[in-house]
Design a protein around this ligand. Sequence first.
Ligand code: 5GP
Ligand code: MN
Length: 352
Amino acid sequence: MIENVFSGSDVSEFRIWMGWADRYVILTHMGPDGDAIGSSLALCHYLKSKGKEAVVLVPDSAPDFLSWLPGASDIKVFADDPDASEALVYKADVLCCLDFNVVGRIGKVAASFLYSKAKKFLLDHHPYPGANYDVTLSHPEASSTSELVFHFICALGDFSLINTEIAQCIYTGIMTDTGALSYNSNNSNLFNVVASLLEKGVDKDSIYRRVYNNYSESRLRLQGFVLCDKMEVFPEMSTALITLTDKELQRFNYKKGDTEGFVNMPLQINGVLLSAFFREDKELGIIKLSFRSVGNVPCNRFSSDFFNGGGHQNAAGGEFRGTLSEAVKRFKKGLQEWSRSNEDCIKQLFVK
Ligand code: 5GP
Ligand code: MN
């Protein structure tokens, strides 16, 4: 039996909007990942099946390994046509905000979002949602926003409208946000949801292959280079750091999404509890930061304390404006500061 995380009253306002609202724009975060795209497309398909006009708008494009998802080719990319994208936002009756908590995460879409008179709806699993929404459904304990989309549709009484396409989108988001159900997924209810998605026609092994076994040769060689030459391990700090410059990325024909998962690799080392990955992004003029941790080591706190970033306890990120070596310097200084902290969760990092 699936236990719904939402009650009828949680979804009652959205249900009222659906009585009059025709145009829905679904927004998700910069650097959209499997959960961002999966949850957005699932909701988009659902709204269309209810006879609504619905479109997914992303700040920048999604990686190629998600391009097979049903409806992916209809996604609008703000960076491709800012004027048309703004017009979409202004014309919307309802803006659905998926897989992000604060508007800073939608980059250049934020301005039109803030000025829009549309109803604003947040459905998300990141802690600390912002205050810009008419309805906020925030469940940080959920595996993924995609799992929440499943519950949301069911709470609206439309389990029967979840077809294979919607189920594929939802499963992809759950899979990518849990490392194929290997973390953040100790929850029998989630497995009941997955079972139900399988019954809806999802081929989970095929989705795994399409997402994870779909690399270019140069991407796999980049992974080898990273592990051999670019991973620094600080055993006394239970920490590891990977950095990549733009030049190194170009040498391996870098394509968006190629570095996905790199930040998790050092956690395979016995004793490493905190892992960081810093990538120079010449296009955006930033250093993109990713953090992962194990157990009660709060990598989102590390990211917010030292880099003004955020995220979940075990998966966080941020942006750094400066050079890669400045970011590394701040990282090392941050580690020293943490090691002086007295809090148990942080001390765990430095217990040998
Ligand atoms: P990833 O390392 O996969 O890019 O991001 C992991 C998680 O960190 C995301 O799910 C999101 O919660 C958070 N995150 C990533 N980038 C940023 C950022 O620039 N700012 C904030 N506040 N959170 C981020
Ligand atoms: Mn997510």
